[in-house]
Design a protein around this ligand. Structure first.
Ligand code: SAH
Length: 232
C-alpha cells in the first residue's frame, strides 16, 4: 500500500470517531428536544429543528457542560444563567418567526437564544449589558459561524433604533415594566415576549402584540423566573 493509501484509510477509519467526539452530546440534545420540548406541546418544525441543531453545550462554561441538556437553567458566570431549554423554545415559538423576520434580543448572555433565533431567521440583533458576557458571546458567534447575528454591549432598555423596527423582540431578563422604547421599535403586526415582575416576586411571561393599526395588546402567559433586567 502506498503512503497515500494509508492516509486515506486513516481518514476513513477516524472520521466517524472525530464526528462523534465533536458532537458527543448529540443524543442528549435529541432527547432534550423530544422529552422536554415536543412532549410539552411545541410542534413548530423550525423551532424543533433549531433546538436540535444548536449545540447548547458550546454556550456553557466547560466545567458545567455535562448539565447543558438538563431540564433547567445553567449558570454562565457574572450571576447570570442560560434559560431552561423549554423556555428558550417556547419564547422562540410564540413570536412566530419567518425566514425574513428582523429580530431583536435583549440579554445576549451566553448567546444561545440568539443562535436558536439565527437558525430560523436571516438577521438577529442582540444586546448585552455586561461587557464580558457580550464579548464572549461575540467570539462564540464568530467561532460557530453565525454571521447573521449582530451584537453590541449596551443597556437594552433603549432597544436598537437604527436596526428597527422589528418583527419580533425577545427579552430574556425580567423587567419591572415593559420598556416603552421597545414597544416603539416593534413593527405593526409584530410580537414581543418579555418576563415582567420584580426579582423578589412572581414574574409573568408576557406577550405584547402590536396590530397593523399600531394598537398594543398585552397578554400574560405563565409564571417564570428570570434574572433581573439591570440598568447602568
Ligand atoms: N438569552 C441568554 C440568557 C441570559 S440571562 C442566553 O441564551 O444565554 C439574561 C441576560 O440579560 C444577562 O446576561 C444579563 O446581563 C442581561 N441583561 C440584564 N439587563 C440588561 C439590559 N438592561 N440590557 C441588556 N442586557 C441585560
Amino acid at each position: 500500500m502506498t503512503t497515500l493509501n494509508y492516509i486515506f484509510y486513516y481518514i476513513i477509519l477516524l472520521t466517524p470517531l472525530f464526528s462523534s467526539f465533536q458532537d458527543r452530546f448529540g443524543e442528549s440534545r435529541n432527547r432534550m428536544v423530544s422529552e422536554q420540548i415536543e412532549k410539552r406541546g411545541i410542534s413548530d418544525k423550525d423551532v424543533l429543528k433549531a433546538m436540535r441543531i444548536v449545540k447548547r453545550h458550546l454556550f456553557i462554561p466547560q466545567v458545567l457542560r455535562n448539565r447543558a441538556y438538563n431540564d433547567g437553567p445553567v449558570p454562565i458566570g457574572y450571576g447570570q444563567t442560560i434559560s431552561q431549554p423549554y423556555i428558550v423554545a417556547y419564547m422562540t415559538d410564540i413570536i412566530d418567526l419567518k425566514p425574513n423576520s428582523n429580530v431583536l434580543e435583549i440579554g445576549t448572555g451566553s448567546g444561545y437564544q440568539a443562535a436558536v433565533l439565527a437558525e430560523i431567521t436571516n438577521k438577529v440583533y442582540t444586546i448585552e449589558i455586561i461587557q464580558e458576557l457580550g464579548e464572549a458571546a461575540k467570539e462564540t458567534f464568530k467561532d460557530l459561524g453565525y454571521n447573521n447575528i449582530e451584537s453590541k454591549i449596551a443597556d437594552g432598555y433603549f432597544g436598537w433604533e437604527e436596526k428597527g423596527p422589528f418583527d419580533a423582540i425577545i427579552v430574556t431578563a425580567a423587567t419591572e415594566f415593559i420598556p416603552p422604547p421597545l414597544i416603539g421599535q416593534l413593527k405593526p403586526g409584530g410580537k414581543m415576549v418579555i418576563p415582567v415582575g420584580s426579582p423578589m416576586q412572581v414574574q409573568f411571561l408576557m406577550l405584547v402584540e402590536k396590530n397593523v393599526q399600531g394598537k398594543v395588546k398585552t397578554r400574560s402567559l405563565f409564571p417564570v423566573r428570570f434574572v433581573p433586567f439591570t440598568r447602568n
